[in-house]
Every structure is written in C-alpha cells, then in structure tokens.
Design a binder for this molecule. Structure first.
Ligand code: P53
Length: 479
C-alpha cells in the first residue's frame, strides 16, 4: 500500500447533488414549475437547453426525467444515512427555487418548501455533516421565464434577493456555506438551463446572454452582502465549470486561442472574486457592439461584495486551436474542445485528465488567491449491477483515485488552499447534459432506468467502501 500525505484535518470530504436531478416530487407540497422540469430526454434536449427550441411546458410524446428523478424528496433520510455511513463531512445540495417561491414573484414563501429543506439540513446536522448549499443549480421558475423573460430581465435580481433573504434568515445557524449560482459560465453554453433564456427570432444572442450574466453577477454580489449581514459566519462562494484550456500545439496562435477560451469562462469569476469587469471583457463588448446596461450602484455592489471562496466543477481539461482548419470536435460535452491525443475518454467522450485538475487548481489559485472548493468531479459511466444491486465499479475508483492524488499534490506540493472536495452525483441521479439515468456517477446505485422504470432501491457499489476508507484515512489510503 502506498501512503499519501495527509489532507488537512478539517478538509471537507463529501459528495454533491442538485435538486432537479434528484428530488423528483415536482408538483408536491405546492412546488411550482421550473425550466429544469421541462427539459426532456432525447434529441430535442440539446436545442431546448440552449434556448433554440421552445419548451415551456410538458408536451405529449416526451419523457421528462426530473419529474420523479430518484425521489430524494421522499428518500432523503435513507440517502443521508448512507452518506453519513461513508463518513461525509459535507453534503452539497441545492434548493429548488419553486419549492420556496412557486412562481418566483410572490411576496410570501411557501412554508412546505422551507420546511422540507429545514428537515434535510437537520438530518445532515444529526450526523455532523456540514451542508454546502447551491442557491440555484440551473433552476428558474417558469413563471419568471414566461412573464419576465428569465434572467435577461433586471427584475430577476429582486426576486432572487427575496429568495436569498428568505433562505439566509430561515437557515441561520443551520447552513454556513453557500454558492450563489451553479456553473455561472453555463449561461453561455446552455442559456435556457443556465438562466431561463429562450431566444426569439432575430434577437442578438450575445447581447441577451451578457446582459443576463450581468444581472446574475449583481444578484450574486447582493446575495453575498445579505449573507454577511444576516450572519457574519456565512461563507459565500461563486461556482465555475472549470477545466483549463491547453493549446493544441506550441504554435503561439494556439496558445492565444486557449487563453481566449479560458478568459471567456474566467470572466464571471474575475467579476465575482476581484470585484470588477476585466478590461478584456469591456473590449470584447465594444468589439461585438454590445451595450450592457449597468448602474453605478451595480458596480459598487460588485466591488464591495466579492466572494469568500471560489468553487468549481472539474471533469476534464480542454484543447483549443487558433488554426481555422483544425476543428475535429470531441463528442459529448457542450463545451467545445478538440481531442487531446494524450488522453483517454469516458463512454460519453469526456476526456480524462487527472493532472489537469492540479493544473486547474494552480491556475485558479494564481489568479485569485482565495480559498477554493472542488464541488464536482467524477466519472459518468454505465454500471452493471448484480442481482443484489452491487456494482464492481473499479473504473470509477480509478478515476477518483487519480484525481485525489493530484489534488493532494496541489495542496501538499504546490501549497494551494483547498477547503474540500465533493464528488458529483454521490448517489446516482439524472444527467444534466443528456437527461439519462444510465450515465451514473454514484457510490450508491439507484434502481431506475432512462425510461423511468425501476424500484428506486438504493444499494452500495464497490466505490462506497473505498471512499469511506479514503475519508477515514484523511486521504492517505487510496488503494
Ligand atoms: P452530466 C456539462 C453539461 C451539463 C452540465 O454532467 C454540466 C456539464 C459539465 O461541465 O455541468 C455539471 O450530468 C453540472 C451538473 C451535472 C454535471 O456537470 O451531463 O453542474 O448538474 O450533472 C455532470 O454528466
């Protein structure tokens, strides 16, 4: 057995889920309809989540996996007990906005929704698990989309303010770690899922996306301000879909292309962590002829209320080229990337690059010098359970082991400050990108298939005991 260096004693080991991908119970206890409910599995999902095809309600002939999902809404006690058994120090989860404000613009919250999350947080606390709460993980109430146009409308800032004030007040003392928007840069890549944006014919898509992004950035700063006012113990983080871009060759124009791609994503975090729009972004708006409306008060808010920590998801590095003729895209991910000939890929074409995690950690650390939190990482794979629901998922263990090793190096060899690590989909759940159940990430298997068949029974995979050992040994025993 190789022994690795210890992770910090108070390192927050755990796993992550998102409301819409696990809760189900989409119409229970007064919950309203959200964008994340009306995205079906199948070939139309891509055009819908990117805002090119209109789907504002359930339609005949489609299957909507989020309606029932893995029914965490009713299974949460059983599920949290399993996470506790693995020794989780933290559990990252998200709030379904429409459980709290079913339409989004009400003045009073829905008590049943508030009670549900209170129960969940108390259940975590019972086991000494620190909740890490994403305020919005792609959720936007359909009412706000239909009547206000989603985040393109400035009024969304007020509705979000009401949401966060309600949450910070109600859960004071129960929750300390908050993330304002999941993968905020997703607004560029999947704008309907990321920000409730559907584009009408002839609309300037870039203008709408960056105006909506500005509203989210202001809302995020406002949330940070309110969180600190309500409880100075609160720690608020931003959240980036990360993964450093590599140049396709040593040609300077490829390096330049990689830098441009990185900036497109870092732009959001530059604002949230440093407090102002970077010059390259202002120049880009100028060049594209965009006119982003922002007030003096907005800029002051952004400046004065930067985040306490920077969190991110990491699945893969990416590759960019400045050569217009090189455009052989890798399959699967909605982030454009070229194939990296040095890397293997998952069954969904996501390239596997553990060292890329160390590189990304160092790049983010160098850029912001704020504590970091890896809030998603993992392997989406097809699992084949035996008759007891047991899965020998050595491929998943291998993936996680290699990433934990480079994370260890980043902490112990490079000196980055890392608060914790939550693997994505610690219990199997619905895929955000594809809507499949078949693309599994969990330590816990859930009996449900792409068509919604199955008993929903939970069972432990091989990786369950492995991760338990990793946590118990403070990351020193990875065998
Ligand atoms: P899935 C790609 C596409 C959609 C969401 O993705 C994504 C990404 C990867 O950056 O982001 C996160 O389920 C997201 C999670 C999601 C996870 O990646 O398509 O925050 O909601 O489930 C994994 O395999």
């Amino acid at each position: 057995m190789t022994t690795y260096k210890l992770f910090p004693k108070d390192f927050l080991w755990g796993g992550a889920t998102a409301a819409n991908q696990c809760e189900g119970a989409y119409d229970v206890d007064g919950r309203g309809l959200a964008n994340v409910d009306v995205v079906p599995i199948g070939k139309d999902r891509g055009p819908i989540i990117t805002g090119r095809q209109k789907m504002f309600d359930f339609e005949e002939g489609y299957f909507y996996p989020a309606k029932e999902s893995i029914d965490f809404y009713h299974y949460y006690k059983e599920d949290i007990a399993l996470l506790a058994e693995m020794g989780f120090k933290t559990y990252r989860m998200s709030i379904g906005w429409t459980r709290i404000f079913p339409k989004g613009d009400e003045l009073e919250p829905n008590e049943a929704g508030l009670q549900f999350y209170e129960n969940v947080f108390k259940e975590c606390r019972k086991y000494g698990i620190e909740p890490l709460v994403t305020i919005t993980h792609f959720d936007c109430p359909m009412h706000l989309i239909e009547h206000y146009g989603g985040w393109r409308n400035r009024k969304l800032i007020d509705f979000y303010e009401r949401l966060v004030t309600t949450l910070f007040t109600r859960y004071k003392g129960l929750v300390k770690y908050w993330l304002t928007f999941n993968e905020i840069n997703m607004i560029l890549h999947a704008p309907f899922m990321g920000a409730g944006l559907y584009f009408e014919e002839g609309e300037n898509v870039e203008q709408v996306k960056y105006q909506a992004a500005h509203h989210e950035l202001v809302a995020s700063a406002l949330a940070t301000k309110i969180a600190h006012e309500i409880d100075p113990e609160n720690k608020v983080g931003c959240m980036l879909a990360a993964g450093q871009y590599y140049p396709n060759t040593a040609h300077p124009r490829d390096y330049w292309a990689a830098m441009q791609e990185d900036r497109e994503n870092y732009f959001f975090i530059d604002v949230q962590a440093r407090g102002e729009y970077p010059n390259y972004a202002k120049k880009k708006f100028e060049k594209l002829g965009l006119n982003i409306e922002m007030t003096e008060e907005d800029l002051t808010l952004l400046k004065e209320h930067t985040v306490d920590f920077v969190s991110f998801s990491y699945y893969s590095s990416r590759v960019a080229s400045g050569d217009p003729e090189v455009n052989e895209k890798t399959a699967g991910n909605i982030f454009a990337s070229l194939k990296n000939p040095y890397l293997d890929a998952s069954e969904w074409g996501w390239q596997i690059d553990p060292l890329g995690l160390r590189i990304t950690l160092n790049a983010i650390w160098d850029r912001y010098q704020k504590p970091m939190f890896i809030v998603e990482n993992g392997l989406g794979a097809v699992d084949t359970p035996d008759e007891n629901g047991y899965v020998e998922d050595d491929y998943r263990i291998d993936y996680l082991r290699e990433h934990i090793k480079t994370m260890n190096d980043a902490i112990n060899e490079d000196g980055v400050e890392l608060l914790g690590y939550t693997t994505w989909g610690c219990i199997d759940l619905v895929s955000a990108g594809t809507g499949e159940m078949k693309k599994r990430y969990g330590f816990i298997y859930v009996d449900r298939d792409n068509d919604g068949n199955g008993t929903l029974k939970r069972s432990k995979k091989k990786s369950f005991d492995w991760y338990k050992k990793v946590i118990a040994s403070q990351g020193t025993d990875l065998d």
